[in-house]
Design a protein around this ligand. Structure first.
Ligand SMILES: [Zn+2]
Ligand SMILES: [Zn+2]
Length: 370
C-alpha cells in the first residue's frame, strides 16, 4: 500500500510502498484512511525542522489530521463497527508510571515529553491507505459529517482552549453562571482572534458560536477568501496593514479574550499589551526561531498583575476536545453552510502531497485523499 514518508537522513519526501498493517491485539481497529489534512506542522517536518521517525526506522509516515473508515475490528472492540467513520487522535502516552497526566488518559498534558505523536514524533502517521489503531484513540463521526470531519483535529486546538477559558470564566469575575447555555458563554464579551489560518478561522467559528463578539486581526488585505470566511461567520475583520493595535483596541473596547493562532512571537507579544482587564490570552502558535525583539517585560508584568490577566499556552487536545469539536463542526455546518464549504480548498492524491505541503497554500485547508 502507498504512504507519504519523509526521510530525514537523505532529506527526501516521497510516496513509498509499505506492507499493510494487521490487527495484533483484540482492542485494535483496522482503518481505511479517507482524508488527511495538511498544515504547518507537515511543512516543518518536510523541511526537516521537526518530526522524528519511530526508533529503528529511517523514515516517518506523515499525516496527523485524519478521517477514516473502520474496515475490521478486533474481538474486544465494542463501540465501533465496520463501516463507521472515525477521527483518530494524535498523541500517545509516555511510558513513565510517575506521569500523572499520561496515567490518567490526559497525554496532552504529559509531564515527561516522552509521548509519541502519530505522523509527528516517533510514530507513523495517517497519510497512508490503511492504519491499525487502538479503539480508545478513535472518536466516532456521524456519517453526515463525512465532508468536513477532517477538520476535527485542527478545531480541537480551539476546543481545548475554550474548555479552559470557560472553566476560568466560571471561577473568576464576572462570574459566569454555571447554568449559562454554552452558546451564551461569551455574551457581552469581546474576543480577538489573531491569524486567518485554519486554526485561527476554526477558532473564530468556535468563539463566535460561544457568543463572543468576535474580531479577527491578521496581515491579509481583501480580497481574500480567508477574510470572506471571517466576515461570513459574523466576525469583524481588520488588517494589521491598515489598522494598528491601538486603533484595534479602541474599536473593540475591553479585549476579554485573545486567541493567538499566528506563531509569530513579535506580533503575539505586541498583542499582549492590548489585553483588557480580567482578560485571558491564549497562545496556540509555535514560533520558529525569529529575530530577537526588544520588549518591555516590566509593562507586561504590571499589566498581568494589575489587570488580573491570564496568559495561557495550549497544545494538542484530549478526547473530550475531539468530541466537542465534532459537535461544533455539526453546528458550524448548519449555521454557516456556505462558509463551511470554503474551508476545504480541495482534495488531492498522495502523489501531490509533497508539492502541496512545500508550496504556498492556495486555499484554507488542503486535503490528501486516498
Ligand atoms: Zn496539523
Ligand atoms: Zn507522560
Amino acid at each position: 500500500m502507498k504512504a507519504v514518508a519523509v526521510f530525514p537522513g537523505t532529506r527526501e519526501v516521497k510516496v513509498i510502498e509499505q506492507k499493510e498493517p494487521e490487527i495484533t491485539e483484540p482492542d485494535q481497529v483496522m482503518l481505511r484512511m479517507l482524508d488527511i489534512g495538511i498544515c504547518g506542522t507537515d511543512w516543518e517536518i518536510c523541511t526537516f525542522e521537526y518530526g522524528m521517525p519511530p526508533p529503528g526506522d529511517d523514515y516517518l509516515v506523515i499525516g496527523h489530521e485524519a478521517l477514516a473508515e473502520v474496515v475490521a475490528t478486533g474481538s474486544a472492540v465494542g463501540r465501533l463497527q465496520v463501516g463507521d467513520l472515525v477521527v483518530p487522535s494524535v498523541r500517545r502516552p509516555c511510558p513513565h508510571p510517575s506521569c500523572l497526566a499520561c496515567r490518567s488518559g490526559h497525554q496532552d498534558y504529559c509531564y515527561t515529553g516522552d509521548f509519541t505523536e502519530r505522523g509527528i514524533k516517533e510514530a507513523h502517521g495517517y497519510m497512508t491507505e490503511y492504519v491499525v489503531e487502538h479503539e480508545r484513540y478513535l472518536d466516532p463521526v456521524p456519517p453526515d459529517l463525512r465532508e468536513f470531519a477532517v477538520l476535527t483535529e485542527p478545531l480541537t486546538v480551539a476546543e481545548k482552549a475554550l474548555a479552559q477559558v470557560t472553566w476560568m470564566m466560571r471561577q473568576r469575575p464576572p462570574w459566569l453562571d454555571p447554568q449559562t447555555p454554552s452558546d451564551e458563554r461569551g455574551h457581552g464579551l469581546s474576543a480577538l482572534v489573531l491569524g486567518v489560518g485554519p486554526v485561527g478561522l476554526l477558532g473564530a467559528m468556535a468563539i463566535a458560536t460561544a457568543g463572543f463578539t468576535t474580531y479577527v486581526y491578521s496581515r491579509e488585505l481583501p480580497p481574500n477568501p480567508r477574510i470572506d470566511l471571517a466576515t461570513a461567520i459574523g466576525a469583524t475583520y481588520l488588517s494589521s496593514q491598515d489598522t494598528t493595535f491601538a486603533e484595534l483596541a479602541e474599536r473593540v473596547g475591553n479585549i476579554d479574550l485573545v486567541y493567538e493562532a499566528v506563531g509569530h512571537s513579535h506580533f503575539a507579544l505586541e498583542a499582549v499589551r492590548w489585553l483588557g482587564i480580567n482578560g485571558i490570552f491564549v497562545l496556540t502558535g509555535v514560533p520558529g526561531m525569529q529575530a530577537f525583539v526588544e520588549t518591555d517585560p516590566a509593562r507586561t508584568m504590571r499589566d498581568l498583575v494589575l489587570k488580573n490577566q491570564v496568559l495561557l499556552g495550549t497544545v494538542n487536545a484530549g478526547s473530550d476536545d475531539f468530541a466537542s469539536a465534532l459537535r461544533n463542526l455539526d453546528l458550524f455546518r448548519n449555521r454557516w453552510p456556505e462558509a463551511v464549504q470554503t474551508l476545504i480548498a480541495g482534495r488531492y492524491p498522495p502523489e501531490q502531497a509533497a508539492e502541496l505541503i512545500l508550496g504556498r497554500p492556495t486555499g484554507i485547508k488542503t486535503v490528501i485523499s486516498f
